[in-house]
Design a protein around this ligand. Sequence first.
Ligand code: AMP
Ligand code: ZN
Length: 135
Amino acid sequence: MRDDNCIFCKIANGEIPSATLYEDDDFRVIMDLNPASRGHSLILPKDHAANLFELPDETAAKVLPLAKKIGAKLSEGFGSDGFNVVQNNGECAGQTVFHFHTHLIPRYKGDTVSVKWVPGKLAEEDIEKAKSLFS
Ligand code: AMP
Ligand code: ZN
């Protein structure tokens, strides 16, 4: 399913040109237009899903192997020292384009990329809450 109002649907399906690194029946991998670092790329499924929770399991299962494959090439080719795989869901989590995508972000010693949070302290109440969801 494609969404006519979605820019990533158009990019993923080749209606809008992009710096494409890889394409198969299910995905297109493009370079991010406003990269956090050299080589920053995005895995886009060709079918529209707004976020991880809408993504079919069959597609989701292919994302990490693809991230590994493309990430390894980017990392080696650009000579990165580390690598972040980032996937945002919802505005408050930093999602700005509401078509599922996975960021592949090569990291370099001393770079200014920020994928950080202030560590908190695990509360007993939250352990109980979370555990109750799975019992
Ligand atoms: P997120 O904030 O996780 O939704 O990430 C959206 C990403 O898409 C950002 O890193 C943008 O720089 C990138 N982006 C937005 N529009 C385009 C585009 N037309 N081509 C390539 N990357 C884009
Ligand atoms: Zn879309």
